[in-house]
Ligand binder design. Structure first.
Ligand SMILES: *[C@@H]1O[C@H](CO)[C@@H](O)[C@H](O)[C@H]1NC(C)=O
Length: 228
């Protein structure tokens, strides 16, 4: 090879290397869903779960998502979850993102399926999820809705709850139910959050679930139960 073709060959190699790296580091997605679940509904029947489950919403996952409906998953299975990478996030992790089944594989499953598509390191991914969860505070949010008495142990209209959340806090979440014989239980609250932080406060911004029909996936026309 003469020197100019050598140079262009090296450019080609560098280009290939960079594009491979960029592809792995920053897969494209448009926003995150922060999925949270009411622990005691997840644990119905109770016998499935670890003792002393929190009386709170806990994190299910932070999911890179796309406007076209094709949500990326399993983006880099070579990047195996290692608890040592996130151990500095304890005790927040065990309190707010507990493995309710006690099987120790919940975090690694969430990392492999969703976290590997975030473009973040393991530490940054789990830290980001904890931070946005702390900003939203689903239980305080629900209990803070004005002129209502939304408390665990009561019945509520799911569509009304998401509308009131939206009217009060400026963005609409999504609610899901769990079907327990004869009763629908409040199960998950999902929040649409921005992919990037807002430079004014360094936080991911909560945004609405855009289509009203996607905000309430409970089948009930009446009330659902918010378990204790
Ligand atoms: C989340 O918010 C973004 C920005 O408003 C929007 O483009 C996207 O469609 C929203 N996702 C859902 C599920 O509504």
């Amino acid at each position: 090879m003469n020197s100019s073709s050598k140079a262009s060959f090296s450019f080609f190699l560098v280009f290939m290397l960079l594009s491979t790296l960029c592809f792995q580091i920053a897969p494209a997605f448009d926003y995150y869903i922060l999925a949270t679940q009411w622990a005691s509904t997840f644990c119905t029947p109770r016998s499935r779960c670890i003792p002393n489950i929190p009386r709170d919403f806990v994190i299910h996952g932070l999911w890179p998502s796309n406007n076209n409906g094709h949500h990326p998953q399993d983006c880099n299975l070579a990047d195996k979850f290692d608890y040592q990478n996130v151990v500095s996030l304890e005790p927040r992790l065990s309190q707010k993102w507990p493995d309710l089944l006690g099987s120790h594989i919940f975090w690694s499953k969430q990392w492999e399926k969703h976290g590997t598509c975030s473009g973040l390191s393991q530490l940054d991914y789990f830290d980001k999820a904890l931070n946005v969860f702390d900003d939203i505070e689903p239980l305080s949010g629900v209990m803070g809705i004005k002129n209502k008495n939304y408390v665990p142990g009561s019945f509520l209209f799911p569509g009304v709850l998401v509308n009131e959340w939206g009217n009060q806090y400026g963005y609409f979440p999504k609610i899901t139910c769990y079907y327990y014989p004869r009763l629908q239980l409040l199960f998950e609250l999902h929040y649409n959050v921005s992919k990037d932080v807002d430079p004014s406060n360094g936080k991911l911004q909560p945004q609405s679930i855009i289509f009203p029909r996607n905000r309430n996936t409970c089948r009930s026309r009446g009330t659902i139960y918010f378990p204790n």
